[in-house]
Design a protein around this ligand. Structure first.
Ligand code: PLP
Length: 409
């Protein structure tokens, strides 16, 4: 709506962009921080002002003022500009949650008969939406095992041959096994067949991975995680080229899942410290993963920064850091794993990740509780699996806590 960012040097680096990018330099009342413009509607001085605004809108010129909250808000737009700069895309759109972003993009881009090709290690609700919801509208989903390159290529070829539109969707790193898809290779394959590629890089954040740089068409984030960074907001984001973002903005206006001004403010604030937080989480992630891998009561550790991870080489090539989530298996069963989790003193037990507080969960008892053991195992969720999302506590304290909890089982 109000499109005047501070004039930053063209070569400003990531943290400078994260602090100053997207902000209007001189703000109302001399406020340093961008205010929360808490309004649902905007008023006009007179009819001439209405006409001037509508003429600009009709001509698709940058708007100079607000009209209605669902179409945009200055706090939200500052956060969108900042995120686009940090992610390295033309433009960003913010939504009420990561799911609002994912579902809006899929509904906007796919029509009956179109195909969604998805890697199968992914957030449960994204999978459920594709299979159960989009399926009702005639969109076909092909689920490919994460890491099965030949299977992915075959699915893209089959989908492209059978449909006018195909969207390839993958998380990078994925949930919970932290698989990292070879984005440049998949983009080359998809584009050769006229398909678009969308990467959910929630687990990486733009500090560790910039999928657009490798040719992806769109990047998705649950901004509730690293971007917000304080376990206190729900938001979603899509970043990409201007033409696609314009199309998605129209969809957001209609579907209505826009972020609210207060959450946009919290996100703006969180983004300013993104690089600091993620650097700390990368460091702790590697230390904790190495510690766990050395423990006899831990059967297996999944962390892309470890040479034992199946995608270590891809992660080293594409990522600048490996993130703050470490997934591992306790050498035991459901109960012994629960006992270990209960013995931990620092991480909170809960879903989610990416905030300053560490959070731990046993996926079999949290995200996949409704499924029975056989159903869980069919999709790779073992009883003894633990997902530890590190916050910004000191790694030494986190490791000492893990050690004492392991000693108790
Ligand atoms: N994508 C990933 C990888 C996630 O982990 C999640 C949520 O946990 C989502 C999307 C959905 O985001 P939100 O919870 O903000 O709706």
């Amino acid at each position: 709506m109000i499109n005047q960012s501070a004039a930053l040097p063209a070569d400003a680096r990531e943290s400078t962009q994260a602090v100053h990018g997207g902000e209007v330099r001189q703000k109302p009342y001399g406020s340093l921080t961008t205010p929360i413009i808490q309004t649902s509607t905007y008023t006009f001085e007179d009819t001439a002002a209405v006409i001037a605004h509508m003429e600009r809108k009709k001509a698709e010129l940058p708007l100079l003022r607000g009209e209605y909250g669902r179409y945009g808000n200055p706090t939200q737009e500052s956060a969108e500009r900042k995120l686009a700069l940090v992610e390295g895309g033309d433009a960003a759109l913010l939504f009420a949650s990561g799911m609002a972003a994912a579902t809006s993009v899929m509904l906007a881009l796919l029509s009956p008969g179109d195909y969604l090709v998805m890697t199968d290690d992914l957030y449960r609700l994204t999978r459920d939406f594709a299979l159960n919801f989009l399926g009702r509208f005639g969109v076909k989903t092909l689920l490919v095992k994460s890491g099965d390159d030949a299977g992915l290529a075959a699915a893209v070829r089959a989908a492209a041959a059978a449909s006018s539109k195909c969207l390839v969707f993958s998380e990078a790193p994925s949930n919970p096994y932290l698989r990292v898809i070879d984005i440049p290779r998949v983009v080359e394959l998809a584009h050769r067949h006229g398909a678009l590629v969308m990467i959910d890089s929630t687990f990486a954040s733009p500090i560790n991975l910039k999928p657009l740089q490798y040719g992806a068409d769109l990047v998705l984030h649950s901004a509730s995680k690293y971007l917000g960074g304080h376990n206190d907001l729900l938001a979603g984001a899509v970043v990409g080229p201007q033409a696609l973002i314009n199309q998605l903005r129209t969809a957001r206006n209609q579907l209505g899942g826009v972020i609210d001004p207060h959450n946009a403010y919290l996100l703006l604030r969180g983004l300013k410290t993104l690089a600091l937080r993620v650097a700390k989480q990368n460091e702790s992630g590697l230390q904790v993963a190495r510690f766990l891998e050395s423990q006899p009561k831990v059967r297996r550790v999944y962390y892309p920064g470890l040479p034992s991870h199946p995608d270590h080489e891809i992660a080293r090539r594409l990522m600048r850091g490996f993130g703050g989530v470490v997934t591992f298996e306790i050498d035991g069963d459901l109960a012994r794993t629960g006992k270990f989790i209960d013995a931990l003193r620092l991480p909170y037990i809960g879903p989610s990740l990416g905030g300053v507080e560490s959070i731990v969960e046993q996926p079999a008892l949290m995200s996949h509780f409704a499924k029975d053991k056989a159903e869980r195992e069919a999709i790779g969720i073992k009883d003894e699996l633990v997902r530890l999302a590190l916050g910004i506590e000191d790694a030494e304290d986190l490791i000492a806590d893990l050690q004492q909890a392991l000693d108790q089982i």
